[in-house]
Design a protein around this ligand. Structure first.
Ligand SMILES: [Zn+2]
Length: 344
């Protein structure tokens, strides 16, 4: 049997679609407001019997694969990668030469994540980083859950690891993990001596990193406290929200999303039991981010710093959210306080 057939047998379409949209029973079937076009009535039908969906408004329809591809804007191969583990179906590992470029780039990010995490947990060079994270209240299991890592103070620590695994500089550069010098004759690691926070897409694939300066270098750092991956084929900054992959279920359940500015704030909110918290990564919210969020809830609360930058970021986010008819609350975080103190 094809893996896709096996997956369809194991995942029920009704259970799966419920993670995304509200389904109302209608005889043998279910109906919903279509997530792919704007409507007040329910033209979107799901048949548990045939395991298919169809919208009589916009004409779209198909199986769980088609739904996920439409919903997340991904291709079939990627939908397979998302659904296989949910169904407990093992995919044959593809020959790296023929795997699609996107899949190869995702593999590079995944290897990077594992490498940084191992360095954080085991390297003596990461001792101060570990102490800092412990002080921020993160246990070892939190570090594992969030796959937080550390990049060594080295020009080619990651580059060597990736080349050894059969990836070349040209494709690694496309992920933003390395930078080439002016003449493009040599490459070096983008992130050095930093605490690494993986930024995932909504399905939990690592698409970028946010990197915080190592505590012992904070005083002398020239590049800034946080640096992020650049925009890449994998990472579209305007539609990724940090931690949404982990928070989406809870956002739907609580029917509210709380948005904070920094990754560290989001992680510590989750650790303290506030699992509907996501981070905008210090930039103004975009209409694309809010449109994605609206799939899960129409209610958002912005918990931003009271400093100037926080105000401006919140302002623009509010204007965008109002265009989408979302309900917005603003939680002002006094200077020197953590957002999770205020969320409480
Ligand atoms: Zn439709």
């Amino acid at each position: 049997m094809q893996p896709s057939e096996e997956i369809k047998q194991k995942i029920d379409i009704v259970d799966f679609l419920r993670e995304y949209i509200q389904l109302t029973p209608a005889g043998m079937n279910f109906r919903a407001r279509c997530p792919f076009h704007n409507e007040k009535t329910q033209s979107f039908m799901v048949s548990p019997d045939k395991q298919i969906w169809h919208c009589f408004g916009c004409g779209k329809g198909g199986d769980i694969f088609k739904f996920l591809m439409e919903m997340e804007g991904i291709d079939f191969v990627e939908a397979l990668r998302v659904l296989a583990p949910k169904a407990g179906v093992q995919l044959r590992r593809q020959n790296p030469k023929v795997a699609s470029e996107r899949a190869r780039l995702l593999d590079i990010m995944d290897i990077s994540r594992r490498y940084f995490h191992k360095v954080l947990m085991e390297s003596s060079s990461a001792k101060q980083a570990r102490e800092y994270l412990t002080k921020r209240g993160l246990t070892e299991s939190d570090l594992m859950e969030w796959q937080i890592g550390y990049s060594l103070d080295s020009w080619d620590g990651l580059l060597k690891v990736l080349k050894k695994q059969g990836y070349n500089e040209t494709e690694i550069e496309k992920t933003g993990m390395i930078i080439s010098n002016q003449q493009r004759r040599s490459y070096y690691d983008r992130f050095r001596a930093r605490i690494m926070f993986p930024i995932n897409d909504i399905n939990g694939n690592v698409v970028a990193f946010s990197a915080r300066v190592s505590p012992e270098k904070e005083a002398t750092e020239q590049m800034g406290k946080y640096i992020n991956s650049p925009q890449t084929v994998l990472y579209n900054k305007s539609n990724i929200l940090f931690a949404l992959d982990k928070a989406k279920r809870e956002i739907k359940l609580k029917d509210q999303a709380i948005i904070v500015e920094g990754q560290m704030d989001a992680v510590s909110a989750h650790v303290n039991g506030y699992k509907n918290v996501i981070a905008s990564s210090g930039t103004a919210l975009t209409i694309d981010q809010l449109t994605i969020l609206k799939r899960y809830s129409n209610n958002i609360a912005l918990a931003f710093d009271t400093d100037e930058a926080g105000h401006m970021a919140a302002d623009r986010g509010i204007r965008e959210a109002m265009k989408l008819d979302m309900n917005i609350k603003v939680i002002l975080v006094p200077e020197g306080k953590d957002p999770d103190d205020c969320i409480r």
